[in-house]
Structures are given as C-alpha cells and as structure tokens.
Design a protein around this ligand. Structure first.
Ligand SMILES: NC(=O)c1ccc[n+]([C@@H]2O[C@H](COP(=O)([O-])OP(=O)(O)OC[C@H]3O[C@@H](n4cnc5c(N)ncnc54)[C@H](OP(=O)(O)O)[C@@H]3O)[C@@H](O)[C@H]2O)c1
Length: 275
C-alpha cells in the first residue's frame, strides 16, 4: 500500500501519476504501466481530453477499482450550478466510472459566485458522483472564503509545489484548515533534473535529483503527481519511500525556493494571482 495523506476522511496516496498532455495510446499505456508498478492515484481533468484513456488504462491494468484513487477536475467555464453537475456526469461517462474519488475545481472563476459553485460541488458529492471534493489553484484569500462557504469538506488544494518555488503562505493556509496539499509540476517539468544541490544530496542516498525533489515534498506530507510517459521514469519517481532526508538536508533544500520559481503562470478570466 503506498503511503497516503489523510484529510477529512479522504486517504490520498502520496504519489500519483499526472496525465496532463498525455494523449491517446501513450496515456493508456502510461496509466496501465504506472498502476502495474504500484501507483494507486491518477490525476486527470476534463481539460486534458484524456479521461477516456485514463479509464481505459485503469481497466487494462487489472488493478481493482477500489484500490485506485482517481481524481478529475471541472473546468471553470462549467462552474454554474447546472453546468457543474453536467460536467461531472460527462467526466464520469468518459472515464466509464460511476464515481471518482476526488473532484476538484480546476481554477478559481471570478465570474461565477463561489457560493454557487461550492453549492453545486457539494450537491454532486451528495449525489454520489464524487467521494470527496476539493479545489485547485486557490490562493490564501480564496481558501478562507471557500472554507466559510462550503457545505462539504474541501479535502485538498492542488497547487504548483516544487523545491524551486516558495509556496509557504498558501501551504500554511491549507494546513491551518487541515486541507491536504497536492503538488503539481512537483519536479518543475523535469528542470530539477540537473540541479546541483539536489543532485549532490540525492547522490549521498543513491538517488537522483528528481527523486530527491519528490522525497522532499512527501516527507512533508505533501502528495506529488509527477507525469511521465516513460516506464523507467515511472519507476524512478515511485522509488522515494525507501530513504529519508535529514533535517539539515531538508533545510538546505528549503533554501532553494524563490518567489519567482513559478512555472504555471496562468489565471482563468482574470482570477486573482498568487499570494
Ligand atoms: N491543477 C492544475 O492546474 C495543474 C497544472 C499543471 C499540472 N497539473 C497536474 O500535475 C501533473 C504534473 O505536472 P506537470 O506535468 O506540469 O510537470 P512535472 O510532473 O513536474 O514534469 C513532467 C516532465 O518531467 C519529465 N520527467 C518525469 N519524470 C522524470 C524523471 N524521473 N527524470 C527526468 N525527467 C522526468 C517528463 O518527461 P517524460 O514524459 O519524457 O518522462 C515531463 O516532461 C500534470 O501532469 C497534471 O496532472 C495540474
């Protein structure tokens, strides 16, 4: 069983497979291989146009459905109450599943009242279409607002986190509200690969800079969803639970973070940008 972070009754495996940009057979194969290797968490979204392939990879793997944590996300153009319910049903139809484990709001949408969207998200959960619900790309202010408005627990905030980006404020806000943190782009789209400090620290443990980055996050209880289409990298990224970074190594890696280390510089329809 892969280690997990728990929040409001949700048990989110600490490592998952990211699938953004994986399409067609590449996506089916990556999901199938990852699950066979031991991954038990797969991240998709209606935006990624690969929910069909994620469902297919899940079935091809032969792993029991109840052993895998499947996450999808609703795109903000579908945040009106009726549209959200429709979008959730459409995602499930593409995945060919009766429910997902976690349904997220993909990005904040300032054009639709958050109360309406959260009301619809809670309803979708109560209808049995999602076991848990949560958010993604929510700033500190939006987390506070969402916590006041939500009628179902928001179990996580999926945000960009890796050793080169300072996300301390939003991470602190999530922890204050006992939300799990799921790190997207956890290896900074592969760019940590050649980082000297990460490579040196990793080498002392017989690990790569990528594994060191992922370990740094999971050791803080932050779930990671690195993406790869290559089986040897899927294995590499999973092999992060058999070593431990010392307090001094953790502190040294923490000092690499900067406010301008962000990769995903996007905001839907003028949504507030970062903290
Ligand atoms: N909620 C959101 O708004 C949001 C935004 C962005 C991403 N996400 C999710 O988070 C997932 C991960 O983020 P990401 O795809 O942006 O970036 P990432 O996982 O940080 O990096 C993926 C890149 O790193 C390479 N890579 C993977 N493992 C490697 C290894 N061991 N050594 C060297 N290179 C390696 C991959 O190439 P190969 O395929 O060639 O191995 C790919 O180019 C996404 O796929 C998506 O599911 C969510």
């Amino acid at each position: 069983m892969t280690p997990a972070v728990e929040a409001f009754g949700a048990r989110i495996p600490l490592i998952g497979l990211g699938t953004w940009d994986l399409r067609g057979r590449t996506c089916v194969r990556a999901v199938e291989q990852a699950l066979r290797l031991g991954y038990r968490h797969v991240d998709t979204a209606e935006l990624y146009e690969n929910e069909r392939e994620v469902g297919e990879g899940l079935r091809a793997s032969g792993i029991r459905r109840d052993e895998v944590f499947i996450v999808t996300k609703v795109w903000p153009s579908h945040f009106g109450a009726r549209e959200l319910e429709r979008a959730a049903k459409d995602s499930l139809a593409r995945l060919r599943l009766p429910e997902v484990d976690l349904l997220l709001l993909h990005w904040p949408n300032p054009q639709i009242p958050l109360s309406e969207t959260l009301g619809a998200l809670g309803k979708v959960k109560r209808m049995g279409l999602a076991r848990h619900v949560g958010v993604s790309n929510f700033t500190v202010a939006l987390i506070e607002e969402a916590m006041r408005l939500a009628d179902e627990p928001l179990v996580c905030n999926q945000i960009e986190v890796h050793p080169l980006l300072d996300q301390s404020k939003v991470i602190a806000a999530c922890r204050r509200h006992r939300m799990a943190i799921v790190a997207y782009s956890p290896i900074a789209r592969g760019s940590v690969r050649n980082h000297q400090v990460l490579a040196r620290i990793g080498k002392a443990h017989g690990k790569t800079a990528v594994q060191t980055s992922l370990r740094f996050l999971v050791q803080q209880g932050i779930a990671v969803i690195p993406r790869s289409s290559r089986v040897e990298r899927l294995s590499e990224n999973l092999a992060i639970f058999d070593f431990e970074l010392s307090a001094a190594e953790m502190a040294e890696i923490s000092r690499l973070a900067s406010r301008d280390g962000r990769i995903v510089d996007y905001a839907y329809a003028g949504a507030p940008k970062w903290d």
